[in-house]
Design a protein around this ligand. Structure first.
Ligand code: UD2
Ligand code: MN
Length: 551
């Protein structure tokens, strides 16, 4: 009896050990997360299943492409012998052409993604691709990968917006492919207005944006549509894999990255914060991201329109991803990267196309618009990081400010605290000034009132004469100079600073200090104070305030 029991225990022990080994072997990939310092294309191949994706069987080629003659299309624009294969597209055109219209790529998802299920009744999407002088082979591969690797019923249509490419046939010929429509701009608009145009004709309730040199991977679409179907305020993007610009190898990107930026509004991939990484025990779960890269995302059409589409005064390229990201977060939505959705993209080192206004000026105009509309008082850090932006033209932002008011959006401070607390706020170099009028200085008195008094100097300068000029605020510690009424002759006083308070907003006007909304200027009302606001006459001595830096 004892022997039987001992045998049973031994058998159970062996079974348990074998089971544990089997489990560890099965789940081994999870135990080896990437520690790659390289931001992109990290070598996280360990978790990849060996399978590659093939076009689904039973979908005859002819049916997929209709009357479209892909060979003739590709051969219509061959790279001429001796031509630099990088010149026109900033990637190796020879390699791209060699691959043709379609190829198998490795399924780069975490192996657990294969068992995630989706609603059977997902809504269909309109895929929008804008391009300017894209290579035919990359463009066709983008389109064909969508047709081959998406459930057919989820693709309502593909809308190509040809942004005034040199050869109209690049786009026109593709409209022979079933579901593919081609719109051509009559002049160069840039990707932002082109996307808005494409979205304007889309008939599906969900929009999917793609760059024109992508290859979508296995089951890329369902996870994104699922998330948006569940909650229309989510704006979702895939993990963007890397297609080598040299040899067109398809490389898995790290699954531990999200979108971030620095104060110059330069986009970067960054590691998910460590606490979030530790808390992630399911690698198929979405990753919250402060910003998206911009080119590849899925968004509910009604939410896109409700939120004000894009800022269509942004030109050509750049900055629109910040504007959209700030707007989505601050106005009630969220941004996520879905690790079970993978799309490859050819990342380039330079722009292969021209910018009519120049690359730098265009980027400044676009990011300046984003900063001015969305970043509140934090825009000062943008200007500090990008001093050349100051004084550059950026057009009127009145419409976008009105949109922000209408949508009743949160402040940028809210965004920093709730969405991107990891963004370090630069240490404020506080500089103090006296505000001089002849020999007299503006001074606070009895905590909230003001007067003119003899200027002190050296170490004898009292805090009551030290001002911090942080446009639009004129501060003394946490108190701000504010008008008490919008009419001429009203008193000016100090009150607790509040970034949204329009009574506290001032700007320099020559030597005078002008209240932004009322247009009135700070006036010392000689010979006896206290200061008031009067109609601006900056040449008047009583409105002239000379800032003098003090330590
Ligand atoms: C990234 C985004 C891109 C966009 C950009 C910032 C990804 C993968 N890509 O730059 O979508 O958000 O950041 O603005 O996240 N295009 C036009 N008209 C133009 C210029 C470009 O239609 O005047 C097209 C272009 O052919 C391409 C797309 O816009 O399909 C994006 O341009 P890109 O590929 O040069 O930008 P990329 O990937 O460097
Ligand atoms: Mn691109």
């Amino acid at each position: 009896m004892r022997r039987i029991r001992a045998n049973a225990i031994a058998i159970l022990t062996v079974a348990w050990i074998l089971g544990t080994f089997y489990y560890l072997w099965q789940d081994k990939p999870r135990a080896s997360p990437s520690s790659a310092s390289q931001p992109r294309a990290a070598g996280v191949k360990s978790h990849l299943p060996k399978s590659v994706t093939h076009p689904p069987r039973g979908e005859p080629q002819g049916q997929l492409l209709g009357t479209f003659d892909e060979k003739a299309y590709l051969l219509g624009k061959p790279l001429r012998p001796g031509d630099d294969p990088y010149r026109e597209h900033a990637f190796n055109l020879q390699e791209s052409d060699r691959l043709g219209s379609e190829r198998s790529i490795r399924d780069t998802r975490h192996y657990r993604c294969a068992s995630v299920t989706f609603d059977p009744d997902l809504p269909s999407t309109s895929v929008i691709i804008t391009f300017h002088n894209e290579a035919r082979s990359t463009l066709l591969r983008t389109i064909k990968s969508v047709l081959v690797r998406s459930p057919a019923h989820l693709i309502q249509e593909m809308i190509l917006v040809d942004d005034f490419s040199s050869d109209p046939e690049d786009c026109q010929l593709l409209s022979q492919i079933p579901k593919v429509h081609c719109l051509r701009n009559e002049r160069r608009e840039g990707l932002i207005r082109s996307r808005v145009r494409g979205a304007g004709v889309a008939s599906a309730s969900i929009l999917t944006f793609l760059d024109s040199h992508c290859e979508v991977n296995t089951d890329w679409l369902q996870p994104m549509i699922q998330r948006v179907k569940e909650d229309r305020t989510r704006v979702v993007s895939p993990i963007i894999d890397v297609i080598s610009l040299d040899n067109f190898a398809y490389l898995a990107a790290s699954a531990d990255l999200r979108g971030g930026f620095d104060w110059s509004l330069h986009f970067k991939w960054e590691q998910i914060p460590i606490e979030q990484k530790m808390a992630r025990n399911d690698p198929t779960q979405p990753i919250r991201t402060p910003v998206i890269a911009g080119g590849i995302f899925v968004m509910d059409e009604s939410w896109f329109n409700h939120l004000g589409q894009y800022d269509t005064q942004m030109d050509i390229w750049g900055g629109e991803n910040f504007e959209l990201s700030f707007r989505v977060w601050m106005c009630g939505g969220s941004l996520e990267i879905l690790p079970c959705s993978r799309v490859g993209h050819v990342f380039r080192k330079r722009h292969p196309y021209d910018f009519p206004e120049g690359n730098a000026l265009t980027y400044i105009k676009n990011t300046r618009r984003a900063a001015e509309v969305w970043m509140d008082e934090y825009k000062q850090y943008y200007y500090a990081a990008r001093p050349s932006a100051q004084g550059k033209a950026y057009g009127s932002i009145a419409d976008r400010l009105a949109l922000r008011r209408k949508l009743n959006c949160n402040s940028f401070r809210w965004y920093l605290e709730n969405v991107y607390p990891e963004l370090r706020i630069p240490e404020q170099k506080v500089t103090y000034s006296l505000l001089k009028q002849g020999e007299l200085c503006l001074e606070s008195h009895n905590s909230d009132s003001l007067r003119l008094a003899e200027c002190k100097s050296g170490s004898g300068i009292p805090a009551s004469q030290k001002w911090t000029l942080m446009e639009p605020q004129i501060r003394q510690q946490d108190l701000c100079l504010a008008i008490t009424a919008f009419s001429s002759g009203s008193k000016v006083r100090l009150e607790p600073c509040s970034p949204k308070e329009s009574r506290q907003k001032w700007k320099p006007r020559g030597p005078a200090l002008q209240h932004v909304i009322s247009g009135l200027c700070l006036d010392s009302q000689p010979p006896v104070g206290p200061p008031i606001t009067t109609q601006c006459r900056p040449q008047m001595a009583s409105q002239s305030w000379e800032p003098k830096l003090v330590t």
